[in-house]
Design a protein. Structure first.
Length: 451
């Protein structure tokens, strides 16, 4: 490994790239760098993932097995659980989870443990980039001090006076913008925001990412890059909370919120449509507002607007359960003892993404109220134990007229296009529609409760 490197080194071909965390973010990034001709090693603590990847197999539905197999065969990609191999790479990208703990405060244990693993093997001239979504200050306040325990230095600095700061290694933050399964905007088409702890680190990361994305957007610091990611997702969270709250009001006023949104969308300026639902899913949007709220309290600042949006969205699964209970009562049925079929386990239509899915909370709340709950989802034949839930005994039940008719209520939680909603409503006793999936149906409207 070279002892003196300039940022421009990372423009070069045939870099050795290490990516820690081979999940929804890390694996597509690893494959993209491998496609660009670099030699990529995926690091993961899960031996099953490592074994599958080295065998050319996929465990993420929208990532084709043929692509992994091709890159493994060409020796541009491999996986390992041996973090000592970090010593052999030029670049280390951190793509690990950043969940909330039971108090809804940031859980940075994955980032901290990863930084400790890197520190033990950090070499002069390496570039380290954190991609995991987090609060402003994480890279400088948590990751950098751990890495500098190696004896190597990467001083914080910004502006022209910091241009020539001597560095032993480079450190930057570049937030992931992965949208799993999005066929319109893949990783290569999405601009990459990059901020370094000093100008040299920022330039090094810019040189690296310019090889695999259409456009690099430099910002002045890692803090600015960290805040950029939070702004993107808080923008969505706040607007979704707005339409969720308006949905609750419209239900009381007997107004169709989806009709209102469609009409408002006809305005060619000053309006962007967001849609209500049973709650927020995915890793970022349900989590990011709480990361910023937690950090803001250190500055004696209350992010009231953001916290309110989080509260509204977090309450939506409870609203679905209450609406289901009320609809059953009108049929002289109690929620306790009722058989409920949930359609769609994931948080997005046509995707196998369970992360923070509101359906998981809906099922738990229904069970706590004494209901017997089953689910159907073609993207999840079987559920598993997760960070907050253990549904490892649940399998997707067949969906046909006979099984549908056997349930007291069917709750549409995810509006997959493969569902025959007309047939479902025909067979069901009651349908609770959280996604307006039944909007085009005319027959049996009396069975449908929009929620």
């Amino acid at each position: 490994m070279a002892t003196e490197r300039k940022p421009e080194f990372f423009k070069g071909a045939h870099l050795r790239v290490g990516i820690i965390g081979c999940g929804y973010v890390g694996l597509p990034l690893a494959l993209r760098f491998a496609e660009a001709g670099h030699r990529v090693t995926g690091f993961d603590t899960d031996p099953e993932k490592v074994a599958k990847l080295n065998a050319g197999k996929t465990y993420i539905e929208h990532i084709p097995q043929t692509k992994i197999q091709q890159l493994v065969n060409s020796r541009h990609f491999s996986a390992t659980g041996n973090f000592a191999q970090l010593e052999e790479v030029d670049v280390i990208l951190i793509c690990v989870p950043t969940p909330l703990d039971e108090r809804r405060e940031p859980d940075l244990s994955y980032v901290e443990n990863t930084a400790l693993s890197i520190q033990a093997h950090l070499k002069k001239g390496q570039l380290v980039v954190l991609e995991s979504t987090t609060y402003p200050g994480t890279t400088e306040e948590l990751v950098l001090p751990i890495l500098e325990k190696s004896g190597l230095r990467c001083p914080i600095g910004r502006g022209p006076e910091a241009e020539n700061l001597p560095v032993d290694f480079f450190l930057a933050f570049s937030p992931e913008r992965e949208d799993p399964g999005n066929k319109q905007f893949g990783l290569a088409q999405i601009p990459k925001v990059v901020g370094g702890v000093n100008p040299a680190s920022g330039r090094a990361a810019q040189c690296l990412y310019a090889q695999v994305v259409s456009r690099v957007v430099p910002v002045s610091s890692t803090r600015a890059a960290e805040m950029t990611k939070l702004l993107e997702n808080i923008f969505r969270s706040v607007n979704i909370a707005l339409v969720n709250e308006l949905k609750l009001l419209c239900l009381r006023m007997d107004i169709d919120i989806w009709e209102v949104i469609e009409a408002a969308s006809s305005k060619p300026f000053g309006f962007m449509p967001f849609y209500p639902g049973p709650g927020l899913g995915g890793h970022c949007i349900p989590v990011d507002p709480f990361y910023l709220s937690w950090k803001a309290r250190q500055f004696d600042f209350s992010t009231r607007f953001i916290e309110l949006a989080g509260e509204v969205n977090t309450a939506m699964p409870s609203h679905v359960v209450e609406a289901t209970a009320a609809a059953l009562e009108r049929l002289r049925k109690s929620l306790k003892g009722s058989r409920i079929l949930i359609l769609g386990g994931g948080c997005n239509r046509e995707k196998n993404n369970l992360r923070e899915s509101p359906t998981l909370m809906i099922m738990q709340l229904l069970r706590e109220r004494g209901a017997h709950v089953d689910y159907n989802d073609p993207y999840f034949p079987q559920l598993h134990k997760m960070r907050h839930y253990d549904y490892s005994q649940m399998k997707s039940v067949p969906l046909n007229a006979h099984t549908t008719a056997s349930y007291d209520a069917v709750v549409i939680a995810t509006d997959h296009s493969c569902y025959d909603y007309a047939a479902i409503v025909d067979a069901a006793k009651l349908v609770v529609d959280t996604r307006n999936a039944t909007r085009r149906l005319v027959r049996n409207r009396e069975k449908i409760v929009l929620c």
